[in-house]
Design a binder for this molecule. Structure first.
Ligand code: HSE
Length: 308
């Protein structure tokens, strides 16, 4: 194979109770990418459409991730990468992760899959660290493994793919303001009280258990964040009202998607998801902020090859 064309999806990280460790993969939103083998060695970003991003491989997350992979698997030929961005940078739904995960996925396929999807996560994470100033895998892991993932550890890397209950549906609201992950991380306090930590690990453990049991009520009780959300929600317009509107419309959970400004709601089933989307639309429209709304199932496959 000389060339591969694929869809690299958006993702939701943190999922309220799992800051830096939980994430899930979305379906209808994502970038398209092409990775092509070249005679000239090294990595080249040959095309970027839809966003103003650096072509310099050392500054582009896709380039950094690709070079991290090729450092572990040197070859005497090279690769060029085309990126057609649909996920806006700074939207909170894993724009940089889609590019970083996509580039290592494409190269790995063209090399005949020397690495497992799990191994690719660590290369993609290196790309993420360029964009966010910290290496975390909660967006790249669900893109590469599909579904819902839990990062038990980044060094050494250990990611667990969790079950995706069949009716679990996500609603994503992207208020069109830009929030850089780097900034949204800088505002976080470095210490957590014992009381809050106990609540949070109780919720995280219960959420994981609820996924295995398909217990939507337990999911609802567990999708809480007493640590990061109180600090970051101040950066998101109308956050508390949006949360109330989504809960009133039947959402089992509502929170900040990654570092924001996008927010997500989870529902049991598509019907409730549509009602939640309608409630969020009404609420955000009332404050006059431009937005995008998406409804998505949990994408259990992750990256998808686009047939010719
Ligand atoms: N876990 C990350 C954060 C996700 O919340 O900062 C965004 O990249």
């Amino acid at each position: 194979m000389e060339e591969i064309n694929f869809f690299s999806p958006a993702s939701v990280a943190n999922v309220s109770c799992g800051f830096d460790v939980l994430g899930f993969c979305l379906d209808p939103i994502g970038d398209e990418m092409v990775v092509r083998r070249t005679v000239a060695p090294g990595v080249k970003i040959s095309k970027i459409e839809g966003q103003d991003l650096p072509f310099d491989v050392k500054k582009n997350v896709a380039g950094v991730a690709a070079e991290a992979l090729l450092k572990e698997f040197p070859v005497d030929f090279g690769f060029e990468i085309e990126i057609y961005k649909k996920i806006k940078a700074g939207s909170g739904i894993g724009s940089s992760a889609a590019s970083a995960a996509g580039s290592v996925y494409g190269i790995n396929e063209l090399l005949g899959r020397p690495f497992t999807a799990h191994e690719l996560v660590s290369f993609a994470m290196e790309g993420e660290s360029v964009a966010c100033g910290a290496a975390h895998a909660d967006n790249v892991a669900p893109v590469l493994l599909g579904g819902i993932t839990l990062v038990r550890s980044t060094a050494p890397l250990e990611v667990i793919k969790l079950p995706s209950p069949s009716e679990l549906t996500a609603v994503i609201l992207h208020p069109k303001i830009e929030l850089k992950t780097l900034h949204a991380r800088e505002i976080l306090k470095k210490n957590v009280s014992m009381e809050k930590a106990v609540q949070q690990w109780g919720n995280l453990g219960a959420f994981v258990s609820a996924l295995y049991q398909e217990d939507y009520e337990l999911m609802s009780r567990s999708l809480k964040d007493g640590i990061v959300e109180p600090m970051r929600s101040l950066l998101i317009p109308n956050f508390e009202n949006l949360k109330k509107a989504s809960k009133d419309a039947g959402a089992i959970g509502f929170g900040i998607s990654g570092s924001g400004p996008s927010v997500f709601a989870l529902t049991q089933g598509l019907k409730t998801a549509k009602e939640v989307a309608e409630a969020l639309k009404k609420n955000i429209s009332s404050i006059g902020i431009d937005f995008e709304l998406h409804i998505s199932n949990i994408n259990n496959q992750g990256i998808k090859v686009i047939a010719d």
